[in-house]
Design a protein around this ligand. Structure first.
Ligand code: NAI
Ligand code: MG
Length: 325
């Protein structure tokens, strides 16, 4: 069977790093690539950042590879995550030999709840200058993220599982989150530790090597994973997956980088590593490992893009990675 992969480059460096990742995927697997539009440039032409056609294609494809959108990022990526029914946002943050990092011993994977919490979108202005936000935490979504997190840790060889929360203050909502995680852990015989999310931010910064998989409510996962990006040498290296029941979307953590867009010097590693996650998701475990080790080897020996201290172009780095495959 030939899987269909929807490709949405989006804006800015998305148009540079997504073709790089497609050329790597094309070298190791036989996918049918279908391209669709989204982002600032589409909004400028049509008034809508995410055309219905792109949404529908993402829902139908076997997997989607997304680059980045600019100012319209929220209007594009939130609905696209819904289109693929994503309940888990998987964000690995690890350092690589040859890349300067604040904490070279970092090897973390954030498993972030992707549908609710404070990002449910229930906000209102109830009076002049008085605003409110409703935080939604359900047993269903919390159990789902816990199941996914424990399974991910088992399958990927992580011994330490930490659950981030703030149940000392948000007693009802994070109390529910912790109860749901505990029920899943008990049923599956999984060990884990609970950690208050604010203190956890400090511990991750000082001693990342003591942590492995971190299961988080939505906002905590967003913030802690960006913190971890700072530990390992920058945004150009961080891939992510938005996983659903039988569909998924893969994207670099970074945005459209308008400061370097069009110069051909964006680091393609984050998007190529997102491609490796896509391969793994579609059952191409061996090909995923090949792509990862090719990226690692080029990160170690060069060529490197300017964000990593080199002077190579996106194309040079991509060609070196394809050569290594
Ligand atoms: P950004 O991630 O685009 O850039 C932050 C810094 O990192 C910039 O200096 C950029 O040059 C650098 N950088 C990022 N990716 C890089 C790569 N692959 N290679 C080399 N350098 C890289 O974040 P920023 O500046 O906060 O946002 C820029 C635009 O991107 C905004 O319009 C924002 O809304 C959008 N954005 C979109 C996201 C998405 O589509 N998922 C996520 C984050 C931001
Ligand atoms: Mg974020």
């Amino acid at each position: 069977m030939t899987e269909t992969v929807l490709v949405v480059p989006g804006d800015g460096i998305g148009k540079e790093v997504v073709p790089a990742a497609v050329s790597v995927l094309d070298a190791v697997a036989d996918f049918e690539f279908v391209e669709a539009e989204a982002g600032d440039h589409v909004k400028a032409e049509t008034g809508e950042a995410l055309p219905d056609e792109t949404y529908e294609r993402a829902a139908e494809a076997d997997a989607t590879l997304f680059g980045a959108a600019g100012e319209t990022a929220a209007d594009v990526i939130l609905p696209l995550r819904q289109a693929v029914g994503s309940f888990a946002n998987v964000r690995p943050a690890r350092s690589y030999p040859g890349v300067e990092a604040l904490r070279p011993e970092t090897d973390l994977v954030f498993i972030r709840e992707n549908t609710e919490g404070v990002y449910k979108g229930i906000e209102s202005e109830i009076d002049d200058g008085v605003t409110t936000l409703t935080r939604v935490i359900t047993d269903d979504a919390s159990q789902k993220i816990a199941e996914y997190g424990f399974e991910y840790a088992d399958e990927n060889g992580y011994d330490d599982v930490t659950v981030a929360h703030k149940a000392n203050v948000m007693r009802t909502t994070d109390g529910q989150f912790l109860d749901s995680v505990a029920a899943v852990a008990e049923a599956g015989g999984h060990d884990y530790e609970e950690a208050l999310m604010d203190a956890l931010a400090m511990h991750l910064l000082l001693r990342p090597e003591e942590y492995g998989v971190v299961i988080c409510p939505n906002l905590a996962g967003d913030m802690l994973s960006d913190l971890a990006a700072g530990l390992v040498g920058g945004l150009g290296l961080l891939p992510s997956a938005n996983v659903g029941e039988d569909n998924a979307l893969f994207e670099p953590v970074h945005g459209s980088a308008p400061d370097i867009a069009g110069e051909g010097v964006a680091n393609p590693a984050a998007t190529i590593l997102s491609g490796a996650m896509l391969l793994e998701h579609l059952g191409y475990g061996e090909e995923a490992a090949t792509v990862r080790s090719a990226v690692e080897s080029v990160l170690e020996s060069g060529p490197r893009t300017p964000d990593l201290g080199g002077d190579a172009s996106t194309e040079d780095v991509t060609a070196a990675i394809v050569d290594e495959l």
